[in-house]
Design a protein around this ligand. Structure first.
Ligand code: SF4
Length: 279
């Protein structure tokens, strides 16, 4: 039986990641060596390609030779690290996505209104740490249960990590609405994420098998896989074509393919090529 393959409309890097990777490549050409504070995107293939160009990943500023510029990642860098890098006189290459920078501004604005900031996001994720560093004493909430556990609050401003799932954010905001007298929520899930979440829902519902391609370290890919799995039990999260298993397609007539915002388009193309053999 023929296997119909449908690829999501939005695959490959989102504009933010694309711009950051381009900046890293250009900087490597310009300076020869560049230190990158953490992975620029959560994708091992991209990081290894950049490392061959001279972009080396470091864990902290102490590991950087002062003559080497430092590149800050697409998902943002905590304010204290910016200050520290400036004090050390390092050349900073800022690859922060403009949409993440926008969340920082919204957080500052909500705090300026006298609101307690609540960030809906993954604790310990660099983007969330970057947002949290903009204001004093922010609260980070990951689940509706954590929102239930909060005390009653008077004046609150809420933003979300750019790659959060809309369902989780809505559920948390609904709980907060019962606890907060004056609540202001700004939906900061970025447009590329919302678009991908919508496309994956349609694909998962309309195909026998669903493949989500991207690094297991990537929060946004993991979340896409989670959405798909809820709608289609035959969902597989794979990192590359090598992980495709032919038995998944036995007696199946259709497969949908989607990818996270940090998955290079070539990786998706290789997956399609491999599956075409079973079609
Ligand atoms: S996922 Fe959204 S916020 Fe993150 S880099 Fe891409 S466009 Fe920017």
């Amino acid at each position: 039986m023929a296997l119909k393959i449908t690829v999501a409309g939005a695959v490959g890097f989102c504009a933010g990641v694309q711009a950051a990777v381009k900046k890293a490549r250009e900087s490597a050409r310009k300076y020869g060596r560049v230190a990158m504070l953490g992975d620029i995107v959560h994708n091992e293939k991209v990081v290894s390609e950049l490392s061959q160009l001279g972009v080396e990943v470091v864990k902290n500023l102490d590991q950087i030779d002062p003559s080497v510029p430092v590149l800050f990642r697409s998902h943002g860098t905590p304010a204290n690290i910016w200050t520290d890098a400036r004090q050390r006189g390092l050349t900073i290459i800022d690859a922060t996505c403009p949409l993440v920078r926008q969340i920082h501004s919204e957080a500052l604005m909500l705090a300026a209104e006298g609101r307690q900031l609540i960030i809906i996001g993954d604790k310990n994720h660099e983007e969330v740490e970057g947002i949290a560093s903009q204001v004093d004493n922010p609260i980070i909430v990951s689940t509706p249960q954590e929102a239930e556990d909060l005390p009653l609050l008077k004046k609150v401003g809420v933003v979300a990590q750019s790659t959060q799932m809309m369902e989780n954010v809505s559920a948390i905001v609904s709980v907060l609405a019962t606890k907060v007298a004056d609540l202001r929520f700004i939906n900061t899930i970025c447009r590329p994420t919302r678009q991908r979440q919508q496309q994956i829902r349609e694909l998962a519902l309309n195909n026998d098998v669903m493949l989500v391609v991207g690094s297991k370290n990537s929060a946004n890919t993991r979340r896409l896989a989670e959405i798909a799995r809820k709608l289609n039990a035959e969902t597989h999260h794979i990192e590359d074509a090598g992980q495709v298993d032919s038995t998944w397609f036995k007696d199946k007539t259709s497969v949908g393919i989607a990818a996270g915002a940090s998955t290079p388009v070539e990786v998706v193309e290789e997956v399609v090529k491999k599956i075409t053999k079973f079609a």
